[in-house]
Design a protein around this ligand. Sequence first.
Ligand SMILES: CC(C)(COP(=O)(O)OP(=O)(O)OC[C@H]1O[C@@H](n2cnc3c(N)ncnc32)[C@H](O)[C@@H]1OP(=O)(O)O)[C@@H](O)C(=O)NCCC(=O)NCCS
Length: 300
Amino acid sequence: MSLVCRPARAEDLVRADALVVASINDLTVRHGFGPMATAGASSFQSFSLKDDPAGLWVAEDGGEIVGFAWSWVCGDLWFLAQLFVDPSRQGQGIGNILLERTMEHAGQSGAAHKALITFTFNRVSQGLYMRHGLFPKMPVYFFSVPRERALQSLPETALRAVPIDAGTATLKRLAAIDSHAIGTSRDKHHRYLLDDPTSDGTLLYAGNDCVGYCYTSSSGHIGPLAATGPDRLRDVFVAALKLASDRGAGTVSAFLPGTCDGALSLAIDQGMRITFPMLLMASPGYGDWAQYLPRNPGFM
Ligand SMILES: CC(C)(COP(=O)(O)OP(=O)(O)OC[C@H]1O[C@@H](n2cnc3c(N)ncnc32)[C@H](O)[C@@H]1OP(=O)(O)O)[C@@H](O)C(=O)NCCC(=O)NCCS
């Protein structure tokens, strides 16, 4: 059989997702973390495929999908959302070929910065990314806690919560916050989240000043979350913990970068536990996130 690397099509996404889930769980079980992924999360892939098909690739052998790569671009940031190879086909150069294709996507888009979030415990992915000019920037921890524990002595928040709407003024505000926090506006991704029935977006105000935003999921997950300055992040995270707890799920969770000291201390105080250690890797000069919590390793 011969390997073919081709652009992904809509009908590939369910099979590609099954491959991604199997590959993640093979890795996390092998490293003693237990299974991490469950199937059925392909709506953001579908959104990206419609938005910019040049970012999604499959490796196929004899009709079987054996690898999948997916990247998206916002402004001058290129982000590798997923790169996965079937566990039985790893170490044969397939990941490298797929990464080269998505790197071409970065080149065509003219992106100045490249980034991704990978597993701290995966030596292969980190070595492969370094080979392509993406270097370890900082840890990003996935924290989780039972809802009741998160609420125990949670500081009161003085921030006023206002639902995010799709109006021009709100989108402009979000673009300004994101530009400061992560160096680019993510207009299309806010529109995606606004259409996601499981996500609630909230702007947070101190008096009349908007100091950040957060999204909470029906699963109790927080993110993305951004503050207007590093000094505001902890307060915005306090409000997000309350909003996420109010969703009524059994647990509350968030991804916290290692540079977000105030939010990390609060997470520990609220009994949150590090479940999965992840790592932001980026092209030199990108990734000083001191006022941003990503949603997950694919969405950023
Ligand atoms: C990471 C992954 C996509 C790589 O794909 P792959 O097809 O296995 O990788 P390739 O065979 O193309 O390339 C492997 C390269 O990794 C690098 N590498 C492997 N082990 C390494 C180590 N211990 N130290 C440094 N670099 C290492 C080398 O550059 C190697 O290439 P070489 O063997 O030619 O020297 C794949 O292994 C996978 O799906 N892993 C599990 C899921 C995962 O972590 N995905 C990344 C999520 S962001």
